[in-house]
Write a protein that binds this ligand. Structure first.
Ligand SMILES: NC(=O)c1ccc[n+]([C@@H]2O[C@H](COP(=O)([O-])OP(=O)(O)OC[C@H]3O[C@@H](n4cnc5c(N)ncnc54)[C@H](OP(=O)(O)O)[C@@H]3O)[C@@H](O)[C@H]2O)c1
Length: 366
């Protein structure tokens, strides 16, 4: 079963994997009965936290989810509900709106929460997120409104989404209650938050981040160039672990010390069933880095893993080309025994020649 995790002592535990409802209304079958089947498929995996936004499905997904909940009223007690507000879409639902903008005024936040509660058919959201930073935000007014919603019991807590650390700090400085998460885009194809301070800020302040589009919205399995480089390695690790490649991509996020909660968005109940958060061995730092490196456009397609005292190590960055692959060079650079070599498909025949003629160790190629 998917483990749970605590975002804050005053909140119910959230499931470590969250199900995102953005695409809930996109499938071939958009009946409440089918939506209920998806919810039940999640619960069967221990995925009990559901991520919404007022705008999802052109303001239709919360309604569909609410209709599904109404088919099994006891469900509300088993799930945690997240929703978001502040994006003002131009849509047929609001024909007078001429431009897309953000609204973090107390008036809009209160109205949006009331609408979400009505559409979902519930009395309380466990978590409300400000969906995107609003350049016009009056932090004092927004913060006071979020505090008041917590106090009134309409939301369990507030958080943010797509905020940079300074936006987060500004809003938090105007609040009494804690902002408990920052939901940002993180996947093997979108890795900026690892180095731009977003995850560092979360770790420093013990805020658990959520990762939206953890499979890059499905692009990880498409023809995208970076995805193409990653796919053989994901498939191989998946085969070793007896799971699907998407579970490896999710495990890669789960392994990070920031305690990321991936928000998955598949509309396919069978894919939900395969997304086990447990059952895959924790990825070592080396394995994590190896997968990270595969997504880098500027890395060569050749990766070398050595072993020293039973610990896997990557080859020295200086070893970049097949021509550099001599045992003496590796020994000098790494002081390590070479245990396995991974090569891109296009380098396979060249690598075999090197291994057989130079090293006489063809079995090293995995
Ligand atoms: N805060 C924000 O600004 C923000 C922005 C965007 C999204 N979100 C949240 O994040 C959630 C997840 O986003 P997402 O839907 O983009 O997440 P995702 O899990 O990265 O992508 C889901 C998409 O990938 C496809 N997919 C999944 N596994 C696949 C596989 N093995 N092979 C091929 N395709 C596969 C799915 O197709 P199938 O349906 O066919 O499986 C679906 O179209 C949303 O529902 C929403 O709650 C938040």
């Amino acid at each position: 079963m998917t483990p749970t995790i605590s975002l804050h002592a005053d909140l119910p535990a959230f499931s470590r994997l969250v199900y995102g409802a953005w695409r809930l209304n996109d499938g071939a079958d958009n009946t409440p009965q089918h939506a209920l089947r998806k919810i039940e498929a999640c619960l069967a995996q221990g995925i009990s936290t559901f991520d919404h936004a007022d705008i999802y499905g052109n303001y239709s997904c919360e309604t569909l989810f609410g209709q599904a909940l109404a088919l099994r009223p006891g469900l509300r007690q088993q799930i945690q509900l997240v929703s978001k507000c502040d994006i003002m879409l131009t849509t047929d639902k609001f024909p007078d709106r001429r431009v897309k903008y953000y609204d973090t005024s107390a008036f809009h936040i209160r109205a949006s929460v009331d609408n979400s509660l009505r559409r979902l058919g519930v009395e309380r959201l466990d978590l409300l997120l400000i969906h995107r930073p609003d350049p016009f935000m009056d932090a004092a007014a927004t913060g006071a409104c979020l505090d008041a919603l917590v106090k009134a019991g309409k939301i369990g807590a507030a958080g943010v989404s797509n905020f940079r650390p300074w936006d987060f700090a500004l809003l938090q400085s105007a609040m009494r209650t804690p902002l408990v998460t920052n939901q940002v885009e993180i996947s093997l194809l979108e890795r900026s938050s690892f180095l731009d301070g977003t995850l560092a800020h979360c770790q420093q302040h013990k805020i658990l981040p959520m990762a939206w589009s953890p499979l890059a919205g499905g692009r990880l399995f498409g023809a995208d160039e970076a995805a193409h480089r990653l796919q053989p390695l994901l498939a191989r690790v998946a085969a070793e672990q007896g799971v699907q490649p998407d579970a490896v991509a999710i495990a890669w996020l789960l392994a990070h010390p920031a305690n990321i909660l991936p928000v998955v968005g598949t509309n396919n109940p069978q894919r939900v069933a395969a997304l086990r958060a447990e059952g895959i061995d924790a990825l070592s730092a080396t394995a994590w880095g190896r997968i990270l490196g595969k997504g880098d456009a500027d890395k060569p397609p050749l990766y070398i893993i050595g072993e020293e005292g039973g610990v896997e190590v990557e080859a020295h960055p200086a070893i970049r080309r097949l021509a550099d692959l001599t045992p003496a060079r590796l020994g000098r650079e790494e002081g390590a025994c070479i245990s396995r070599i991974y090569v891109a498909p296009e380098d396979l025949s060249a690598a075999k020649v090197v291994l057989q003629r130079v090293w006489r160790q063809p079995s090293l190629l995995s």
